[in-house]
Design a protein. Structure first.
Length: 70
């Protein structure tokens, strides 16, 4: 499985867990509502892939902190 396919799976799981659309994810992760579409067609840069991964990691970190506080 390629990097882009793995990231698409991560994004799909992230969006499903939070009940958000792929376009919303793209907007928040990279200021690009077409991010997921671009991943599917292979027209994203490594920098954009890194932004998406960093966004997922940051949001998961926030969720863990919130669960610890409660």
């Amino acid at each position: 499985m390629g990097i882009q396919q793995a990231l698409l799976r991560e994004i799909a799981a992230f969006c499903a867990a939070r009940g958000i659309a792929a376009t919303t994810f793209g907007k928040y992760a990279a200021r690009d509502t077409r991010l997921v579409e671009k991943l599917r067609t292979g027209t994203v840069t490594v920098k954009t892939i890194e932004k998406a991964r960093a966004y997922i990691a940051a949001e998961q970190g926030k969720a863990q902190e919130t669960s610890r506080e409660n």
